[in-house]
Write a protein of this length. Structure first.
Length: 254
């Protein structure tokens, strides 16, 4: 993959077009490294996309065929690669935008689902394809998909591995929107620009609260929400937002 950082945006591009940007273990570890390096001190958004015709075909099937490892080795490898990708994306305090420029399959689909925003070209196809190679969904798929698309639809997608369109992905709430290919760059740029006008650290608190509270009882969730709101109340962003409102001007967030 290659990474460009400009104007507060970290742009991460999966760059293995010859294999439809399939993820090797090295690629997954690198993605986790890059996302962990993102900081609200330097960035207000991360954009993930693919080089060439695909977003990502998911796990590298040839690499799977070449592996010789026992269960413990496999467990450690998955935890240290695709597991780390999930942790880094959910814990990242900067909003992540997936620009799905083509097919998103397996782990590619999961990475689009893990992103805070996801926009796809109308030509893109999606598949929770793990079952096709005798695997269960990973990269957070077993717990995230049911929350996004509902349990019955998640079972349909995971059990069958069927391909579905970007329009269907939007209907499932797997992505925000399917747009014509020629409008994809502009749609993502609009979102990134809008995020740049918002207080990034406050958005980070929102992400933290939402993700931490996914599996909590409502009373625990409320307590955690209140705790983080106190942090927001004492932030420079809150002070600026209040002053801007009282002065009748747009806020100027760091």
């Amino acid at each position: 993959m290659h990474v460009d950082s400009d104007d507060g945006v970290a742009r991460i591009t999966f760059d293995r077009p010859g294999v439809m940007n399939a993820f090797s273990t090295e690629t997954a570890a690198q993605l986790a490294d890059e996302i962990e390096a993102v900081s609200p001190d330097d960035h207000h958004a991360v954009v993930l996309t693919g080089e060439g015709a695909a977003f990502s075909a998911g796990g590298d099937i040839q690499a799977m065929a070449d592996r010789t490892e026992g269960p413990q080795e496999a467990y450690e490898r998955v935890c240290e690669t695709f597991g780390r990708v999930v942790e880094s994306m959910l814990e990242c305090r900067v909003p992540i935008v997936a620009k799905v420029n083509g097919d998103a399959v397996g782990a590619g689909l999961a990475i689009a689902a893990l992103s805070d925003f996801a926009y796809a070209t109308e030509e893109a196809r999606f598949s929770c394809a793990f079952v096709r190679v005798g695997l269960i969904p990973d990269t957070g798929g077993t717990f995230l998909l049911p929350k996004l698309v509902g349990l019955r639809t998640a079972k349909q997608l995971a059990f069958t591995g069927e391909f579905f369109s970007a329009a269907e992905a939007a209907d499932y709430d797997l992505i925000n929107e399917a747009v014509p290919d020629e409008e994809l760059d502009e749609r993502v740029a609009e979102t990134v620009d809008r995020l740049g006008r918002r207080p990034t650290r406050t958005i980070g608190l929102m992400k933290q609260a939402m993700h931490e509270n996914l599996g909590r009882h409502w009373s625990e969730s409320l307590d955690y929400e209140n705790l983080l709101q106190v942090q927001a109340y004492t932030s420079d962003a809150h002070e600026e937002g209040v002053q801007a409102f009282l002065e009748g001007r747009p806020p100027e967030f760091d």
